[in-house]
Write a protein that binds this ligand. Structure first.
Ligand code: RIB
Length: 318
């Protein structure tokens, strides 16, 4: 079985401030504390796939600053292969400023891309050996969209399956969708891509169908505590979320995409892979930091078992 995965994307250092509430424009809110953590959607997804046991190649750039070594160490600790991560001497490491509501776990994020903005077609070309070796190529939209489009076309031409997590939301050229195996927008991103305001499961199915008509094989709309909705030519299925105590929702989508990639690469069908991805996202949000809660294989399996027993017991009581 081939479980190599290549993630092409952003690498950040996340600066967190925890607050009693999120500010509105023009408002200053006094917070509790300041914390620094590794982040970036690309890096988070790479750590997610590696913790679940996939051989993971990261393709991206970090800057010429004090964070570079820290982030490379973090990849090494998590067994992410950094052969295709380069240090860009011309700029700083991508940085995210995260305001976190301590009560609800909700956030607001501002990103200064720095080196992410220089991830190029040449970087993708250099990583062709990794792409050829990988079953799945996982991308997001925190690096230049031209690079993402180039990588998607290249990977699809090489017969690789592409998962695109279209975050943050960006308009994409129509011709790209037919090269995508799975697209995983959240509600806001689905609206931008399809024009459908996603308020409930029916809306998600409608948006998913439009994405499938554009050419993707599967559209999975992630809906936070409402779970996710899978749509293909033959399926329209809602997968409920697991209920957990929320500490920090940052990186929930990354945990979802990483797990989805691993289980699809291992040959699970889309519904089973999506159930496991929901579980990974649920575990991730029980800890502070975009990578802190990303589960190992053992943690994921034990979480699913415990929750299945709880669901069965609850059903028997009814
Ligand atoms: O998806 C969460 C990530 O978004 C954070 O780690 C932050 O770096 C931003 O890129």
């Amino acid at each position: 079985m081939n479980t190599s995965i290549t993630v092409i994307g952003s690498i950040h250092i996340d600066f967190y401030v925890r607050l009693p509430k999120l500010p509105v424009p023009g408002e200053t809110v006094l917070g509790y504390d300041f914390i620094m953590k590794p982040g970036g959607k690309g890096a988070n997804q790479a750590v997610a796939t590696a913790r679940l046991g996939a051989h993971t190649y990261m393709v991206g750039r970090i800057g010429n600053d004090i964070f570079a070594e820290k982030l490379l160490d973090n990849f090494a600790k998590n067994s992410v292969d950094t052969e295709y991560v380069s240090i860009d001497k011309t700029t700083h490491t991508g940085t995210a400023f995260i305001l976190l509501d301590k009560k609800t776990g909700e956030n607001m994020i501002a990103v200064a891309p720095g080196a992410d903005a220089h991830v190029s077609k040449e970087d993708v070309e250099k990583a062709i050996p990794a792409i050829k070796e990988s079953e799945i190529i996982l991308l997001q939209l925190e690096i230049p969209v031209d690079t993402v489009i180039y990588a998607i076309k290249k990977a699809s031409k090489l017969g690789r399956k592409v998962i695109l997590n279209p975050a943050p939301a960006t308009i994409l050229p129509e011709e790209i969708f037919r090269h995508i195996y799975v697209i995983t927008p959240n509600r806001v991103e689905a609206e931008l891509l399809t024009g459908v305001k996603v308020k409930n499961i029916e809306d998600a199915i409608k948006a998913g169908k439009l994405l499938v008509n554009k050419g993707v094989k599967y559209a999975i709309i992630t809906m936070g505590d409402k779970g996710s909705v899978i749509v293909s030519k033959d399926i329209a299925k809602h997968i409920p979320a697991y209920k957990v105590e929320i500490i920090d929702t940052t990186g929930a989508g990354d945990a979802f995409n990483g797990a989805l990639a691993v289980f699809l690469a291992e040959g699970y069908d889309i519904v089973e892979a999506c159930k496991r991805a929901n579980a990974a996202a649920a575990i991730q949000i029980t800890k502070l930091g975009a990578q802190e809660g990303l589960p190992t294989r053992k943690e994921l399996e034990s979480f699913i078992k415990t929750h299945e027993v709880r669901r069965k017991n609850a059903k028997n009581k009814q």
